[in-house]
Design a binder for this molecule. Structure first.
Ligand code: AMP
Length: 401
């Protein structure tokens, strides 16, 4: 961004303003808006005008009964007054993303002013990466900035196709997108070692590509959450009614063999907090993870696992975390995830680099109140996962070529 001259320019900017709203359409968590502010302010301070585009929810999936868009629920008008108070500048709204009104409003902006366009997903062309829609969007700006890392894995019109209408020196990442890429690259390309990955969450099937990649990169992989039990079973353990993907047992065995061949240490939870029902009020006990009786399921890692994982993490110089280690949404099964968050924060204060790479582990670190005690918390769930897997994200390729 520092190479672009924003003076007297209309700057078309893709942000992620997909914020949660309550039933009266008040914003309940403005983190995503806050994260976009440095880039917006930079352009305004440099004498540019900003035209913001974003999606909000999935309006095409939740149409009114007559097939029309539910404008009241999904309009980006909901963010305008809050944005105005955060920026302290004039913020206008265009009820369409493309067309004459949006175009004339973009030209009427003075330097330092902002125009918010209606939800890009009101147009079917957005998620199809439609060329005509993208061309319409591109008319609204002299320069294009993408600061929406959370949607960088989608080849949509506003995240990808639109960028083709700007020359190399007319487009750039914003600060947030830049930071996401820089921090992920630090882990992927030049990590201080040992590098330990913590991989959790519900299913092995969602994390196969990530695990394959981590086999090439890391010294240690800690596996927790529901997905751990497929590995425990693959090693001959009894897992009772714990989550298990039987169709992936062979794959789990292959991954364990691959790790051994690559000198990667895999740490599975030695013990688990098990429950007789998927319910916070269920009966619980702590047992070895490979001795779970029928009728019981592992819903959190146990104290021995926490101890072992902590030792590995405290010895690590780089930590990458994707996915919770238990059903952290239920208080009785959140201890493993919360304790791990504390250890990651402690390792960070001792000088390790920690990246919380997306999805529910981000929610867990926030819940533990430790988001400012780790090195970087990603805003992009699916996007970060795909980036870590080694995929080229359309939103990044559209800028870098
Ligand atoms: P993912 O989206 O794959 O990262 O999975 C996150 C979800 O996995 C969260 O909603 C957790 O509640 C769930 N989860 C974590 N551990 C377990 C477990 N042991 N059994 C069932 N679900 C789990």
């Amino acid at each position: 961004m520092k190479d672009l001259d924003f003076r007297l320019k209309r700057v078309l900017m893709r942000v992620d303003f997909n914020v949660p709203l309550d039933k009266d359409y008040n914003i309940t968590d403005d983190t995503r808006i806050q994260k976009a502010l440095p880039t917006i302010k930079h352009v305004l301070d440099q004498g540019g005008a900003v035209i913001l585009m974003s999606h909000l929810g999935r309006p095409q999936k939740k149409l009114n009964k007559d097939g029309s868009i539910n404008v009241e629920k999904f309009t980006l008008r909901h963010v305008v007054s809050h944005l105005k108070s955060l920026l302290g500048t004039e913020v206008f709204f265009s009820p369409d993303t493309v067309g004459s009104e949006a175009l004339s409003k973009s030209y009427l902006l003075n330097p330092g002013q902002v125009l918010v366009l209606e939800n890009t997903r009101f147009h079917k062309g957005e998620s199809k990466g439609d060329e005509i829609f993208a061309a319409g969007l591109s008319n609204l700006g002299d320069l294009y900035i993408n600061d929406a890392f959370g949607t960088a894995h989608r080849a949509h019109a506003s995240t990808s196709a639109v960028a083709a209408h700007f020359k190399h020196d007319e487009k750039s990442f914003g600060y947030l997108m830049n930071a996401e890429i820089k921090n992920a690259d630090k882990v992927l390309n030049s990590p201080a070692r040992p590098l330990t990955a913590i991989v959790g969450g519900a299913k092995v099937s969602d994390k196969i590509q990530l695990l394959e990649r981590l086999m090439e990169l890391t010294q240690n992989i800690i596996i927790g959450g529901g997905m751990a039990y497929t590995f425990v079973k693959a090693k001959g353990g009894q897992i009772g009614n714990s989550l298990c993907e039987d169709s992936h047992l062979d794959l789990a065995k292959e991954l364990l063999e691959k790790a051994a061949n690559n000198n990667v240490d895999i740490y599975l939870p030695e013990d688990s907090v098990i429950a007789d029902d998927f319910n916070n009020d269920a009966k619980t006990q702590t047992v070895n993870s490979n001795e779970i009786p029928d009728g019981w399921m592992g819903l959190d890692i146990g104290p021995k696992a926490i101890q072992k994982f902590s030792e590995v993490l405290m010895d690590s110089k780089t930590i990458l975390w994707n996915g919770p280690l238990g059903v952290f949404e239920m208080s009785n099964f959140s201890n493993g995830t919360m304790s791990t968050a504390k250890v990651v924060a402690e390792a960070t204060s001792n000088g390790s680099f920690s990246l919380i790479g997306g999805g529910d582990s981000v929610a867990a670190v926030n819940k533990a109140g430790l988001s400012d005690k780790v090195s970087f918390v990603s805003t992009g769930g699916g996007a970060m996962l795909e980036y870590l897997e080694g995929k080229k994200l359309p939103g990044i390729k559209a800028i870098t070529g």
